[in-house]
Design a protein around this ligand. Structure first.
Ligand code: IMP
Ligand code: MG
Length: 177
C-alpha cells in the first residue's frame, strides 16, 4: 500500500484522488441543480477546505460568489476558555443563500461555531458541504447536506488536511496506521 511519513507518523493511502474527484462531482451536480437561479455564496473555511473548494468550484457552473473565512482562536475573558471568532467575511450575506465548505466535521464544534456566527448575519439559507465526516465523533446534532465521505474515527491527512501543518499538499487522503 502507498504510504507517507509525516512528522514521524506513518499513513496509508485511504481515499484516492480519483475517488475524491468522483464524489465531488456528485456534490457539484446537486448544487448546480438546487441553486441554479439563486446566486449562492460559497463560504470556505480555511485552511483545510482550500483544495476541496478549488476542485468543487471548478465543477460548479451556475452564477455564484466565493469567500474565505478563518476561525481565529483567542482566550476569552470568560471562564469557558477559548472562543473562536469567524474572521474574513467582507460580503453582506443578508438574504443570501450560503453554502459552507468544510474539510472535515469531527466533533462538530467547529462547524457549529461557523453556523452560529453566520446565522447572526441573517442569510436566507445555510447549506453545509463537507469533504469528510466522522459520524462516530459528533457531539452536536447537526444537519449536513452534502458529505463526500463518511469515515471512521482515525486521523487523516492530505487533500487540505494537515498534521501540525504538514500534508495539506497531498492529492490523496491518507489514514494513520
Ligand atoms: P471538529 O471537532 O468538528 O470541531 O473539528 C475541528 C477541526 O479539527 C477540523 O476542521 C480539522 O481542522 C481538525 N481535524 C479533525 N479531525 C481531523 C483529522 O482526522 N485530520 C486532520 N484534521 C482534523
Ligand atoms: Mg477545517
Amino acid at each position: 500500500m502507498k504510504q507517507v511519513t509525516i512528522q514521524n507518523k506513518t499513513f496509508g493511502l485511504f481515499i484516492s484522488a480519483q475517488e475524491i474527484d468522483e464524489s465531488i462531482k456528485v456534490i457539484a451536480d446537486r448544487i448546480n441543480k438546487r441553486f441554479q437561479d439563486s446566486h449562492p455564496i460559497f463560504i470556505s473555511v480555511l485552511n483545510g477546505a482550500f483544495m476541496f473548494t478549488s476542485d468543487l468550484l471548478k465543477k460548479v457552473d451556475i452564477p455564484c460568489e466565493l469567500s474565505f473565512v478563518k476561525l481565529a482562536s483567542y482566550e476569552g475573558t470568560t471562564s469557558s476558555g477559548a472562543v473562536k471568532e469567524l474572521v474574513g467575511l467582507k460580503e453582506d450575506i443578508t438574504n443570501r443563500h450560503v453554502i459552507i465548505l468544510e474539510d472535515i466535521v469531527d466533533t462538530g464544534l467547529t462547524i457549529s461555531a461557523v453556523i452560529a456566527q453566520l446565522k447572526t448575519k441573517n442569510p436566507a439559507t445555510i447549506t453545509i458541504a463537507t469533504l469528510l465526516l466522522k459520524p462516530d465523533c459528533l457531539k452536536e446534532k447537526i444537519h449536513i447536506d452534502h458529505i463526500a465521505f463518511s469515515i471512521p474515527d482515525k486521523f487523516v491527512v492530505g487533500y487540505g488536511l494537515d498534521l501540525d501543518g504538514y500534508g495539506r499538499n497531498l492529492s490523496d487522503i491518507y489514514q494513520l496506521i
